[in-house]
Design a protein around this ligand. Structure first.
Ligand SMILES: Cc1ncc(C[n+]2csc(CCOP(=O)(O)OP(=O)(O)O)c2C)c(N)n1
Ligand SMILES: [Mg+2]
Length: 682
């Protein structure tokens, strides 16, 4: 039910939102007042009369999602969350951008109640929202069913968002819009804050494409341009957008950045600097607002929101009644949905996944494909796909589980499948995958060649920052790619991913390690996980009797232990584990005894108790040598300043992999020679 609101009261509320933003930015001496001032009217309308939410339960699964893609406008969101009674006090607003406050400069997921996603890097919010909408649509098909007046299935909600000129200019928004249009995500509604201003000036300086035409060409339903203050028209456009169930909708809203400020309205100066005390006072006077006190929320505004909070809760209650009706009519589907949201797993997942892999030679990308097949049998809520490299198992299409979107088989529900064709859109793929994870029902994975992880790095970083459980499956993980040459041969990628905090990188050496890496990702991970996998076939690792599957979860374990104190410890990952073992045999013939350590995950190894780390990789003067077909600098802390890293200090070359291994010194003989030389010189 729409709020009972006179035009006068509405204006007062809009100004409350505007001046909370102005005052907070002034108090912080930094921040972005312009967009909140321009968007106050529209955002209020969206929250008040369109968005379904319960301020007392921000995680209510049936809520609509709201994504503020231009995270710099955070005060717009914080003001609304505060007024609607989320656990975000006026004191928190006063503490905008300060240490320990719930109101950081840009919205941060997991910190502020009501914030659905971390935004700030432009374009990402929009692309993540595409994933949220896709997740809702897939959830509805897989676990829900068609909504009706009587029944509310999961996934019937909408995903709304606001994006600005900056989001539009970022390439990721084109990738994501293209995918959303292709998939026909009718549950996605974006508002384009078309204020024609960015930081450095008018958009004329840098943007001249016809954005509505661009979205229309990408398969979107696009509104005609609406004035940012024409609330009734905007409200109608939102209704139309919801009625359009086959296409995502873009509502183009012409707003004035810094609206109301005599000095900076409509100018780029309004974007990202405090108005300052004087200009704030002049703006307040111009809009008929008391200059004092700051952070003013008038009593009638409080009273209005009290009523609206009650109404939102009543809306939730009625949605819940419909949801209960759905549960009663669909007990099995409800159980499946609950199991997905609770991330239910078989108790013996590791054993189940690893079974039969011991002694099997193959590339780890093929092992990964086999593990994914097994996983899908026991984890029905997994979904994923590749950026057009499924044929290379990066990762594969799983034949038994249907295609999402227009690729679905004739007569099949286009959202009931588990395989997503992301197309050649790596950056959006990363964001969409995170968006699916954020939705909270489906557990997503995606992948490509490791070299192209560079194209998705900003999304991977956000996954780590938000601690979402996206799985990234990267294959062709070294120069062993061969003939495709240096553009396709990862060198620095592994190390550069390992330095992202909160990200766990696995580089398994064979099928057993691959299976256990996946088991860890499902059972233990509290954030994103990367699997770095080979293109080329590998010999299965020959492990000692004492090996237990869960040793892989310690990040490292010994695969070769000499009968006496070792002269050197060789640490290797992935394809270099068997190389190191062979080199160790060669060294033994020369009287040099080497321990060989397989290290599938540096991060997990470093998380072990110090004594356990030292038992495997001592710090007592024993030479430590790391072998990895990449830059290898991640191992510097283990090998020490004068330690030896047998890695790649240069780009690759185009030639058969075997030839490259010879030329680059990745043969048992060459490794043994370098180790021997190193020890002699140490
Ligand atoms: C990827 C990325 N590049 C640059 C920035 C820095 N930045 C923040 S806002 C902004 C301009 C955004 O313009 P617009 O979206 O039109 O926002 P408005 O000025 O209208 O509020 C820029 C360049 C960023 N946050 N993210
Ligand atoms: Mg703008």
């Amino acid at each position: 039910m729409p709020g009972e609101c006179t035009p006068q009261l509405r204006e007062t509320i809009e100004n409350t939102i505007r001046f909370l933003a102005v005052d907070a930015v002034n108090a912080a001496k930094s921040g972005h007042p312009g967009a909140p001032m321009g968007l106050a009217a529209a955002a209020l309308e969206l929250f008040d009369n369109h968005l379904r939410f319960d301020p007392g339960d921000p995680d209510w699964p049936l809520r609509d999602r709201f994504v503020l893609s231009g995270g710099h406008a955070s005060m717009l969101l914080y003001s609304l969350l505060h007024l609607y009674g989320y656990a975000l006090s006026l004191d928190e607003i006063r503490q905008f951008r300060q240490w320990g406050a719930l109101t950081p400069g840009h919205p941060e997921y997991g910190l502020t109640p009501g914030v659905e996603i971390t935004t700030g890097p432009l374009g990402q919010g929009f692309a993540h929202a595409v994933g949220m909408a896709l997740a809702a649509r897939m959830t509805r098909s897989r676990f829900g069913g068609a909504p009706s007046a009587e029944q509310a299935p999961p996934g019937e909600h909408f995903v709304y968002g606001i994006m600005g000129d900056g989001d539009m200019m970022e390439g990721i928004s084109s990738e994501a819009a293209s995918l959303a249009g292709h998939l026909g995500l009718g549950n996605l509604v974006f508002i384009y804050d078309d204020n024609q201003i960015t930081i450095d000036g008018p958009t004329d300086f840098s943007l001249s494409e016809d954005i509505p035409a661009r979205f229309a060409a990408q398969g979107w339903h696009v509104s005609s341009t609406i004035d940012g203050q024409a609330v009734a028209e905007f409200s109608g456009a939102l209704e139309e957008a919801r009625a359009e169930t086959e296409r995502p909708s873009l509502i183009v809203l012409r707003t004035v950045i810094g609206r109301g400020s005599p000095a900076v309205a409509g100018k780029n100066k309004a974007h990202g600097a405090p108005l300052g005390a004087e200009e704030a006072a002049r703006t307040k006077q111009a809009l008929g607002w008391p200059t004092e006190p700051s952070f003013l929320v008038p009593d009638e505004v409080r009273a209005y929101f009290e009523g609206r909070i009650g109404e939102k809760k009543a809306q939730r209650a009625s949605a819940e009644t419909r949801h209960q009706a759905w549960r009663e009519a669909n007990p099995e589907r409800a159980e499946g949905w609950d199991a997905a949201r609770d991330r239910k797993l078989p108790g013996n997942l590791g054993d189940l996944l690893a079974q039969g892999f011991a002694g099997v030679d193959d590339s780890t990308r093929k092992h990964s494909a086999a593990v994914l097949e097994r996983l899908h049998e026991v984890v029905p809520y997994m979904v994923g796909g590749s950026a057009d490299l499924a044929g290379s198992a990066a990762p594969p299409v799983l034949k038994d589980y249907g295609i999402v979107g227009p690729g679905a088989a004739e007569g099949e529900d286009a959202y009931a499948g588990r395989n997503i064709y992301f197309g050649v859109r790596e950056h959006a793929m990363g964001a969409v995958t995170n968006g699916i994870a954020l939705d909270g029902t489906l557990l997503p994975y995606c992948g490509t060649f490791l070299i192209f992880s560079d194209y998705m790095r900003p999304s991977i970083r956000l996954a780590a920052l938000m601690k979402v459980r996206s799985l990234f499956v990267f294959t062709h993980d070294s120069f062993y790619v061969g003939e495709d040459g240096p553009t396709h041969q990862p060198i620095e990628q592994l190390d550069s991913l390992r330095v992202i905090p909160g990200l766990t990188v696995f580089r398994p050496a064979d099928g057993v390690e691959t299976a256990m890496a996946y088991a860890w990702a499902l059972q233990r991970a509290e954030g994103p996980v990367i699997f770095s996998l080979t293109r080329q076939g590998l010999e299965a690792v020959d492990r000692p009797e004492s090996f237990e599957l869960e040793d892989v979860w310690k990040g490292a374990y010994g695969v070769r232990e000499p009968g006496r104190t070792p002269d050197v410890v060789l640490v290797a990952s992935g394809s270099e584990v068997s190389l190191a073992s062979q080199a160790a045999e060669g060294l033994a013939e020369r009287g040099i005894e080497a321990r060989v350590v397989s290290m599938p995950s540096l991060e997990l190894f470093r998380a072990q108790p110090e004594v356990d780390q030292l038992a495997l990789v001592p710090d007592d003067g024993t030479p430590i040598v790391a072998v990895e077909a990449g830059r290898g600098e991640s191992y510097r802390g283990l090998v020490g300043r004068r330690g030896l890293i047998i890695g790649m200090a240069h780009f690759g070359e185009s030639a058969p992999a075997g030839k490259l291994a010879e030329e680059f010194g990745f043969t048992p003989g060459s490794v043994a020679d370098r180790v021997a030389e190193h020890i002699a010189g140490a």
